[in-house]
Structures are given as structure tokens and as C-alpha cells.
Write a protein that binds this ligand. Structure first.
Ligand code: PMP
Length: 428
């Protein structure tokens, strides 16, 4: 595989951008090769600057559930752009988006659009603090909620990959208000409430964790969190930035029936353009300015292009049976990968939920941060490089999730399986 152009561009990027990238995991550091610089993409295929083509299981880290450049999404963006790219005033698409989100999520009675998942979670905890008059929040080791100060402590995603537990530049006065608990370990949360129950404003949790690899929250764990929040008068925030509209037309809350007070969204609702949202019960959301006094604003919030792309995406998901099809395709793909590992006597854990999956190289069960940390990241790096060589683009870091999209056809899956087989044969 020739990556001369990517390598040259990366050299230049290194002179101009920190680490040569605008977001850390794009640097491919943990998989031991220089990053690919991408040129274009369509459907489930992505092409780099050297014209190498890959079957893409990153999907821009989740938003592209319909695949790249879906014709209806592209058309919606183009038509919208002809009529103005930003008004700095409300447009009808924002209201339509709010209506779709509120219809899909029974727990969301009112919603505020923002520009990223980070803005959504940052604003949600500000609101929870104002609503409860308390300062502390509970977050879980290995969960990632964006890069706002309060969350940069034992966070997942790029921070987990980099092995850092704290970020310089974050005042301890802020992280001092964040209580860390263990994912899928209710006892650790009960202990936190026993010690500081009266000061806790909210629990924020990925109900299916997608930032330490894929680790679903158990039903017992999530039900327990809901009960503890009820008992102690604090808010439960489901961070569904990844899972919103990924597993069903709605979120994990629609599947489990466990209802949070606030929900954060991003990724899919922007159809590949920058977006985020937070919403929940009216009585809580009405504290947000200008109705209430909790200040939160955004020059480009509710941007018409992002709304157009998001609306086109959501309407396709609402009006088709794509979730069922993605379930079948993903089940088939992960089943085949399992067989390849089994046939070679390899140790592995594959986690899958709907169109999300993750391969860990470990002999033990993976259910939280510590067990995820025990897996063999060197082996993942080798696996990653060999599979990439065969034209398969997986997330360039162990602690991330692979996504199947509506654009992955059975033929693409056969090609993927054959490619992985060749890659594994080289790994022997
Ligand atoms: N929450 C979760 C669960 C996420 O996975 C992410 C990003 N991957 C964020 C929040 C932050 O979103 P963004 O990168 O858009 O700021």
C-alpha cells in the first residue's frame, strides 16, 4: 500500500497543526503508523490521498449511519446552501428538528441545539447544577463526554488511548467536583452517594459505553442509577451522543425503558455536519436562557445546513427498516470474524450491539475501564495495520467502536471477511 502523499501531507501538517491533526485519535499514534489523509468518500467506501480505497467502519466516528455522501443528504445540504448558510436568527428547520427529536425521545419535552457533543454535555451539567443547586457530578471511568473540564478525568476515547488520566490546564477546583465511579459497578455509585449524596447534582453516563471500546451498561446498573437519582433528588443524564438514533429510532432509553431526566445528543442528528443537542423535562429545560437564567448560547447553533443534513438523515431512518437490516448485517459480520479467530485458536472478545461492534484481544470478560485496559493493545495495533493493508478501515485506536452503516451491503461484508482472513494469516 503506497501512502506517499498521505505521508507528505502529514509532514506538512505536523509543522502547522499540533500533532498534525485537529483531533487526537486521527493521529493513529496507538496503531503505530502515520495517519491517512482522506480525500473523498461515498457509501461505505473511503479513499485516501494516494487513491487507496477502504471499506469504512469508522463512519466519521458515528454520524454517518447512512454512509458517506448519501444522495438525499447531499441534496438537502445543497438546496439549503442556495438559500443561505446561516441566519443568526431562528429558521423553521430548527423547529422541525426539535419536533423530530421530541417525538423520538419521550423523555425530551424541550430541546436546545448546540454545535457539538461537548457543548451538549457541558451545558447539561450546568443545567443540572442550576436545577438542583448542587455542584458535584458523578462520571464513570472510561466514559467520554467530550472535552469540557469537568469530564477530563479518567476519560475514555483519545484520553484512554493516550493513557492519560488527567489533563493539564484543568483546574483541580473543577475536577474536585467530579466523583469517579466504576462502570457497571452499582456498589461504587452507592458508596459515592453515602459519602456525598446531598451534594450530587447529576450522574452522567453513556448507557452503552462506546469510548472504552464497546461496553453495554447492564440493565441492573442502569436501573440502579435511576433509583439512586430518585432517592437522592439528583438528575440522571444519559449521554446518547453516540447511541442517539444509532440502535433504534430513538436512544438506549427507548430500548430499555429507563428514563433519564436529561439527554445529550450529537453525531447522527447532524447527518455529518457539526451538531449537538441537549433536552429533557420542560421544568428543567425552562431554566435555560432566555426563558430562565442558565446562560447558554451559540452563534451557529441550529445552523440551517446542519439542520438540513440532520433532518434528511432522521427522516430516512424513521421511514425505513434500516435498523433491522443493519442488525442482520452486523450479526453476520461479527459472527464471521468470530469464526476466523476461533479457527486460529486466538483469544478475543467481540462485543456487538446493533450496528456497533468492537474487537478486544483478551482472554477475560470486558465490562469496565479496568478490564478494557487489560486487553492487548499491541495486538490490536498489529491487527489494525494488517487489516488496513487489505483495504479495511477500522477505528485507529483500540478504545473506540466500529460502525456498520446502511451503505454496507452483503457483498462488502464478504469482502471484509476475506480481507480479515488474509490479514490474520499474515499475523501468524
Ligand atoms: N459524548 C460521547 C458519548 C461521545 O462519544 C462524544 C464524542 N465521541 C462526545 C460526547 C463529544 O462529542 P463531540 O466530539 O462532538 O464534541
Amino acid at each position: 500500500m503506497d501512502t506517499t502523499k498521505s505521508d507528505q501531507l502529514y509532514e506538512k501538517a505536523l509543522q502547522l497543526m499540533p500533532g498534525g491533526v485537529n483531533s487526537p485519535v486521527r493521529a493513529f499514534h496507538s496503531v503505530g503508523r502515520s495517519p491517512l489523509i482522506m480525500k473523498k468518500a461515498s457509501g461505505c467506501r473511503i479513499i485516501d490521498e494516494d487513491d487507496n480505497e477502504y471499506i469504512d467502519y469508522v463512519g466519521s466516528w458515528g454520524p454517518l449511519i447512512l454512509g458517506h455522501s448519501h444522495p438525499e443528504v447531499v441534496q438537502a445540504i445543497c438546496e439549503c446552501a442556495q438559500e443561505g448558510t446561516s441566519f443568526g436568527a431562528t429558521c423553521s428547520k430548527e423547529i422541525e428538528m426539535a419536533e423530530l427529536i421530541c417525538d423520538a425521545f419521550p423523555s425530551i419535552e424541550k430541546v436546545r441545539m448546540v454545535n457539538s457533543g461537548t457543548e451538549a454535555t457541558m451545558s447539561a451539567i450546568r443545567l443540572a447544577r442550576a436545577f438542583t443547586g448542587r455542584n458535584k457530578i458523578i462520571k464513570f471511568e472510561g466514559c467520554y463526554h467530550g472535552h469540557a473540564d469537568a469530564f477530563l478525568i479518567k476519560a475514555g476515547s483519545g484520553m484512554l488511548t493516550a493513557g492519560s488520566q488527567l489533563s493539564p490546564g484543568v483546574p483541580s477546583a473543577i475536577t474536585g467536583e467530579t466523583i469517579l465511579c466504576r462502570y457497571n459497578d452499582l456498589e461504587s455509585v452507592e458508596e459515592a452517594f453515602r459519602q456525598s449524596g446531598a451534594d450530587i447534582a447529576a450522574i452522567i453516563v453513556e448507557p452503552v459505553a462506546g469510548n472504552m471500546g464497546l461496553i453495554p451498561g447492564t440493565r441492573e446498573f442502569l436501573v440502579g442509577l435511576r433509583e439512586l437519582c430518585n432517592n437522592y433528588g439528583c438528575l440522571l443524564i444519559f449521554d446518547e451522543v453516540i447511541t442517539g438514533f444509532r440502535l433504534c429510532y430513538g436512544g438506549v432509553q427507548n430500548i430499555t425503558g429507563i428514563v433519564p431526566d436529561l439527554t445529550t445528543l450529537g453525531k447522527i442528528i447532524g447527518g455529518g455536519l457539526p451538531v449537538g443537542a441537549y433536552g429533557g423535562k420542560k421544568e428543567i429545560m425552562d431554566l435555560v436562557a432566555p426563558q430562565g437564567e442558565v446562560y447558554q448560547a451559540g452563534t451557529l447553533s441550529g445552523n440551517p445546513l446542519a439542520m438540513a443534513a440532520g433532518l434528511a438523515t432522521l427522516k430516512i431512518l424513521r421511514d425505513t427498516d434500516w435498523y433491522d437490516r443493519m442488525e442482520v448485517i452486523s450479526y453476520f459480520l461479527t459472527g464471521k470474524i468470530r469464526s476466523l479467530f476461533e479457527a486460529r485458536g486466538m483469544y478475543y472478545v467481540i462485543k456487538r450491539l446493533g450496528s456497533m461492534f468492537c474487537v478486544f484481544f483478551t482472554e477475560d470478560e470486558v465490562y469496565d475501564y479496568e478490564s478494557a485496559m487489560k486487553c492487548d493493545t499491541q495486538k490490536y495495533a498489529r491487527f489494525y495495520r494488517e487489516v488496513l493493508q487489505e483495504g479495511i478501515y477500522l477505528p485507529p485506536a483500540q478504545f473506540e467502536v466500529s460502525f456498520v452503516s446502511c451503505a454496507h451491503e452483503l457483498e462488502d461484508i464478504y469482502q471484509t471477511v476475506a480481507a480479515i482472513e488474509r490479514a490474520l494469516d499474515r499475523m501468524k
